[in-house]
Write a protein that binds this ligand. Structure first.
Ligand SMILES: [Fe+2]
Length: 208
């Protein structure tokens, strides 16, 4: 293949990516793979008594919760490894406990997406593009910064989960509502309690 042809292919790929990125994170798609049997952002037929519009609505909401939960899961592992100071041992253990609980939530949410006929986001590059949780630095943060960053991530996720749960209930998707309330909201609220108690009065940031 000539160099001109290669350059032209690269240019068209770049233009295609630029067009996709302007549509928003949920519509950013990877190039179609020849063996792909269902495209992302499509819904397959599932006979569970919920119409396609409702299932598509829940899938989009759950995929956002999914990528934010996976980000929170990874944030806990980062803190598990990098924590320091006099509370090292207890936080090292607590962060890992919360990491495992978030890991269980990831599987529940992903499998709910598939149950509804959608495609669960799975790969780290897609998670990084779609998550609404601010990116953490690669470097090591002190304990108050670790706690504050994690609490803020929980709060953002909880606010979204509550409005999504309400919408799922209104649309008649009781299974999604139950998952969001019984698993996502209750687990995240409990984890917030355990983290927030580590911050003495006056050390919390105003945004909390
Ligand atoms: Fe470990």
């Amino acid at each position: 293949m000539s160099q001109i042809s290669n350059e032209s292919t690269t240019q068209s790929t770049r233009e295609s990516r630029n067009t996709q990125s302007s549509r928003g994170p949920l519509l950013k798609e990877t190039p179609k793979h020849p063996h792909e049997i269902q495209a992302f952002n499509t819904i397959s037929r599932v006979p569970i008594g919920l119409n396609e519009t409702v299932r598509a609505d829940s899938v989009a909401a759950l995929n956002q919760i999914l990528v934010d939960t996976m980000t929170l899961r990874d944030l806990y592992k980062k803190h598990h490894w990098q924590t320091s100071g006099v509370t090292f041992y207890q936080l090292h253990l607590l962060y890992d406990k919360h990491h495992l609980e978030q890991l269980e939530l990831v599987d529940k949410v992903a499998e709910r997406v598939q149950t509804l006929g959608g495609i669960a986001v799975a790969m780290s590059a897609d998670i990084a593009e779609m998550t609404l949780i601010p990116r953490a630095p690669r470097g090591r943060e002190n304990v108050p910064a670790q706690l504050t960053r994690t609490l803020e991530a929980h709060e953002m996720l909880l606010q979204r989960a509550r409005s999504m749960a309400k919408r799922a209930a209104e649309l008649g998707d009781d299974g999604t509502n139950d998952l969001l309330v019984s698993d996502i909201i209750r687990t995240n609220e409990m984890q917030v309690w355990f983290l927030a108690e580590h911050l003495e009065d006056g050390t919390r940031t105003k945004s909390l």
